[in-house]
Design a binder for this molecule. Structure first.
Ligand code: PLP
Length: 416
């Protein structure tokens, strides 16, 4: 790949090798559970890591490997493992670093299932997540102790829509000998590349913007390959460092967790994700421009009590977002408030264009009332802690004509 090609070119051509695929311009789907080897020596070399030949789909798959190489290149990483969902990626990425009794520091503005995994599921195994305000650097510093193994944040919190300062948090993590993991799902490498800002590991749910069509679930863990795992805090990494050197972490993710938990990506889903990736740059341009326009429109509607979007001039993280996203945009998720839950329900009922469903990052505009859906079973105090209020609606702005999105909202407000 030519080094000076721009992201918009690389997102299409990176990892695509028609010369190896009988001229095919799209990646082949290797729908096979296993791979035949010509000799016992060849299989031994594959098991021993002396060759990268494929063995069995749960371990690796040629279609998945194409996507892994593509996503690693797009984020500026050294290697990647694709998984069956974004949650599989989050779970594996964290568990590779954790033992019973360990702690980690994380923002309190997390994707709902990530919060449940950290707060409730990990707890059963004696692992403590220390939740802090991710935009409060002093709070992050203060939560780190000798048991801490990493810091985890999301590029844009949801539905709080906060934007933590990745470079500053990476510096704090590194001063303490810790890696920084960033879930970059809401920004995508089009808007932000956390590894370039100092993060060590990037995670995505590829289900969202990367695939873009809401047709395939998937996740990925991308290793920057720069963190020093010989640090005495990570003595359990020794065999992985001996085997893979700078990619010790990715080897641990893959060998210990991905293989044994069976979080395999279906090759068809990798293929569908790559179809979507071809249009990531143009979709993101439209997502970002539409979201900016819709946010501006929402602020002007008298029925709407408040709007949270990092692109609004009075958003507390606007300056961090400008720097971090290099003025390309501010994501395409908007949180806003109507009078109360009943008004939100009536509003959703009145919408004709915008879909009411649980997903985000689709090319279609989507809305959800988080309090009565994803957070339905949460105790009231947890909902309050996570800023999930009954008046809150979360909008994932799609790539339709922005006039039509705004008109649908205005008409639904008119009929309240
Ligand atoms: C959706 C999402 C996930 C989980 O991904 P799935 O593919 O649904 O498992 C994780 N993090 C963020 C930020 C997400 O939006």
């Amino acid at each position: 790949m030519a080094k000076n090609w721009r992201f918009r070119t690389r997102v299409i051509h990176e990892g695509i090798h028609p010369e190896s695929w009988q001229g095919a311009t799209l990646p082949p789907i290797f729908q096979t559970a296993s791979h035949r080897h010509g000799s016992a020596e060849s299989l031994q070399a594959a098991f021993g890591g002396q060759s990268t030949d494929h063995i069995y789909m749960r371990l690796t798959n040629p279609t998945n490997r194409i996507l892994e190489e593509k996503l690693a290149a797009l984020e500026g990483g050294q290697g990647a493992v694709v998984t069956s969902s974004g949650m599989a990626a989050v779970a594996n990425a964290c568990l590779a670093l954790l033992r019973s009794g360990d702690e980690f520091v994380t923002g309190n503005s997390l994707f709902m299932s990530t919060y449940v995994l950290f707060a409730n599921v990990f707890k059963k195994y004696g692992i403590t997540a220390r939740f802090v305000e991710p935009t409060d650097l002093e709070a992050i510093k203060g939560a780190i102790n000798e048991k801490t193994r990493f810091v985890f944040i999301e590029t844009i919190g949801n539905p709080k829509m906060d934007v933590p300062d990745i470079a500053a948090i990476a510096q704090i993590a590194h001063e303490n000998g810790l890696p920084l993991l960033v879930d970059n799902t809401l920004a995508t490498p089009y808007l932000c590349r956390p590894l370039e800002l100092g993060a060590d590991v990037v995670i995505h749910s590829t289900t969202k913007y990367l695939s873009g069509h809401g047709c395939a679930t998937g996740g990925v863990i991308i290793d920057g390959g720069r963190f020093d795992w010989t640090n005495p805090r990570f003595e359990d990494f020794k065999p992985f460092v001996e085997r893979k050197g700078p990619l010790a972490y990715l080897d641990k993710v893959w060998r210990e967790h991905h293989i044994n938990f069976g979080t395999t990506q279906a090759p068809l889903h990798s293929y569908l994700t790559m179809l979507g990736l071809d249009t990531l740059a143009v979709r993101m341009e439209r997502h970002l421009a539409n979201a900016q326009e819709v946010a501006r429109f929402l602020v002007e509607q008298p029925e709407i009590k408040w709007v949270r979007f990092p692109g609004l001039p009075d958003h507390p993280d606007r300056e961090v977002a400008d720097r971090q996203f290099q003025d390309k945009g501010y994501g395409a998720m908007i949180a806003f408030g109507l009078k109360d839950q009943e008004t939100c329900f009536r509003f959703i009922r009145n919408l004709r264009l915008i879909y009411n469903l649980a997903n985000l990052g689709d090319c279609k505009t989507l809305i959800i009332h988080p309090y009565s859906s994803q957070y339905l079973s949460f105790p009231e105090e947890t909902r309050q802690y996570l800023s999930i209020t009954p008046d809150l609606l979360r909008l994932s702005v799609g790539i339709e004509a922005v006039e039509d999105i705004c008109a649908d909202i205005r008409e639904a407000l008119d009929r309240l």
